[in-house]
Design a binder for this molecule. Structure first.
Ligand code: NAD
Length: 257
């Protein structure tokens, strides 16, 4: 197995893209540490089921990515971290003038600052192991903007900037750092927006998905969590050794427009 012997920590991975990435890394043989801010029996059961399904060590570790000390403790308590996937993220949509300050602070903390904290603790572990992969889950909004998503767009552009900086600081150490920029992916975060959009536009589900949500995604298809898992595994493979400090779009052509 390509990644056996490696330990991967995936932030925000009890749902959606993070869970898809954790499953793909486990399928490739990596031991995985799943994370979110909750500490429910089903969180631990999820990790246990991944461990059984793929024959790897899998555990769940609660840590709130809005808090710097918990971000750092997540990595420290993992014991080793060969692969770090900074995936935890939230969204809020509002014009700047009335954007709630606490939402701005939370988005910057969870979507951007958490990656600074986790990376700071993971890098010495990667250097000691002589190998490391950092994969930051940014967004098409790390490369382009949309109105009313000021905090999210700022955080994701910031994450792309952090990605380039970390890549330069590690370029001669067999450590790579890249950002994946997904377009729309059908996850709980996106699924929750569909009923409101149906009401707002007086459209059925399929029309909202095609004409409203995927308006900027030329393929008119969602990317899938499996495709993002596959992209992450590729970035951890030997074929990707010279890929560092860059972005990979998985967006059906969004950023080509
Ligand atoms: P999701 O809501 O399904 O998953 C988000 C994950 O982050 C969950 O596991 C959640 O529990 C976790 N999380 C939220 N707040 C946290 C906190 N304070 N501490 C720890 N964990 C926390 O959403 P998703 O669509 O899978 O999003 C995952 C990442 O992908 C996010 O960074 C998001 O910005 C990015 N992304 C998503 C899309 C999309 O269309 N779904 C597109 C581009 C980028």
């Amino acid at each position: 197995m390509a990644l056996s012997g490696k330990t991967a920590v995936i932030t925000g991975s009890n749902s959606g893209i993070g869970l898809g990435i954790a499953r793909a890394l486990a399928a490739a043989g990596a031991d995985v540490v799943l994370n979110s801010f909750t500490d429910r029996p089903e969180d631990h059961a999820l990790a246990e089921s991944i461990g059984k399904e793929f024959g790897v060590m899998a555990r769940y570790s609660k840590a709130d990515m809005s808090k710097g000390d918990e971000c750092r403790a997540l990595i420290a308590e993992a014991g080793r971290c060969d692969i770090l996937v900074n995936n935890a993220g939230i969204q809020h949509v509002s014009p700047i003038e009335i954007f709630p300050v606490e939402k701005w602070d939370a988005i910057i903390a969870i979507n951007l600052t958490s990656a600074f904290h986790t990376t700071a603790v993971a890098l010495p572990m990667m250097r000691a192991a002589g190998w490391g992969r950092i994969v930051n889950i940014a967004s098409a909004h790390g490369l382009t903007a949309s109105p009313f998503k000021g905090a999210y767009v700022a955080a994701k552009h910031g994450l792309v900037g952090l990605t380039k900086t970390v890549a330069l600081e590690t370029a001669r150490e067999h450590i790579t750092c890249n950002a994946i920029c997904p377009g729309y992916v059908l996850t709980p975060l996106v699924e929750a927006q569909i009923p409101d959009q149906m009401k707002a536009h007086d459209m059925d589900r399929e029309t909202v998905i095609r004409e409203v949500m995927l308006d900027r995604q030329p393929s008119r298809e969602f990317a899938t969590v499996e495709q993002l898992g596959g992209t992450t595994v590729f970035l951890c493979s030997d074929a990707a050794v010279q890929i560092t400090g860059t972005t990979i779009s998985v967006d059906g052509g969004w950023t080509a427009l």
